[in-house]
Design a protein around this ligand. Structure first.
Ligand code: COA
Length: 321
């Protein structure tokens, strides 16, 4: 028994912020952002529009593409770092909006690796036979935890949501998931403040993303190269068996390095970082939905998803669509 993706959906907020708009806010340039990151624009949630709102839209679209009704869903997992409330979980809020009652609903927090973690968890629920229709969502309003005066972070991120429906199948779907973390890198990429620790007044920027970008970059490239090897080895596959790379969208240079490691041409890589920026846990399901709806990824093809994020956390999923 496998778990298979039977539907995909995504949602981007209406407001678009171009690099040129950022030039008016911080000391940066369109040229610098394009060359160092590949980002051209990103979407930003409207005032009052929350992670739940984005997640619900993406979930509705995924259910529609799977030909399922909300009432068919028996498991909801939301990967997010930017929940609406401390509690209830965003998954419970999504459940309420979709008028679903009684099924388990919970959030997963692994920052940019969140969707891969959520998919790994849902895969185990479905394969065990305990659940038959999972909604797995990555949704973020990262714009709310950015310091808009810090050019080293505010140009990198965007808001959005992506979702998949996962159902049991005798034909191969998810072939393997690989999840990792190492908390020793806590301070290279983090939001220093929090509910329990508080937001000390003297700790400027305690509520916002802080990142040592070039150190993160170096470790990300290295680690993603290794996770790709681990994924191929465990499945006894060759690089040539992979049709598509659907990577986390943090930086085009990181994506290109992983593609090179897999001997993949860039036209076998789904790239959305130019249009979406880094949407953290939402980036992989957003990219997947774009490529599926454009008819680029075809049923039966083999794809590898990989992600790296705060924690550090990292992971991959190998699957057949
Ligand atoms: N505009 C213009 N200049 C900027 C800038 C901006 N938005 N942000 C930083 N700079 C400057 C720096 O101040 C530095 O100037 P200096 O040389 O005078 O000190 C210079 O650009 C180079 O900075 P550096 O941080 O070394 O650049 P980089 O090539 O490493 O690119 C990132 C920066 C953030 C784009 C890149 O490191 C990165 O993508 N890191 C990983 C991101 C990531 O994967 N995130 C986590 C996973 S989700």
């Amino acid at each position: 028994m496998y778990a298979r993706i039977t539907g995909t959906g995504s949602y981007l907020p209406e407001k678009v912020l171009h690099n040129r708009d950022l030039e008016k806010i911080v000391d940066t340039s369109d040229k610098w952002i394009r060359e160092r990151t590949g980002i051209i624009k990103r979407h930003i949630a409207a005032e009052g529009q929350t992670t739940r709102d984005l997640a619900v839209e993406a979930a509705r679209r995924a259910l529609q593409s799977a030909g399922r009704q909300p009432q068919d869903v028996d498991l909801i997992i939301v990967a997010t770092t930017t929940p609406d409330k401390v509690f209830p979980s965003t998954a419970c809020l999504v459940q309420q909006s979709l008028d679903i009652h009684g099924c388990p609903a919970f959030d997963v927090q692994a920052v940019c690796t969140g969707f891969v973690y959520a998919l790994g968890v849902a895969d185990k629920f479905i394969r065990s036979g305990s659940h038959r229709c999972a909604l797995v969502i990555g949704a973020e309003t990262i714009s709310r935890i950015l310091d808009w005066s810090d050019r080293s972070t505010c140009v990198l991120f965007g808001d959005g949501a992506g979702a998949v429906v996962l159902e049991p199948s005798e034909a191969p779907g998810i072939l393997s998931t690989h999840l990792h973390a190492d908390g020793k890198y806590e301070e290279l990429l983090h939001v220093p403040g929090g509910v329990s620790r508080g937001y000390p007044a003297e700790e400027a920027g305690g509520a916002f993303v802080q990142m040592k970008g070039n150190e993160v970059f170096r470790i990300a490239v290295n680690t993603l190269g290794k996770i790709v090897d681990e994924t191929l080895e465990e499945n006894q596959l060759q690089k040539s068996d992979i049709d598509w790379l659907v990577p986390h969208q943090a930086n085009i240079r990181i994506i290109a390095a992983t593609a090179k490691k897999l001997n993949l041409d860039m036209n076998q890589v789904v790239v959305t970082v130019d249009e979406h920026g880094n949407t953290s846990a939402a980036s992989i399901p957003l990219a997947l939905d774009v490529a599926v709806r454009e008819g680029r990824i075809k049923p039966g093809q083999t794809l590898i998803m990989e992600a790296f994020g705060g924690g550090f956390t990292w992971g991959s999923a190998l699957l057949r669509l």
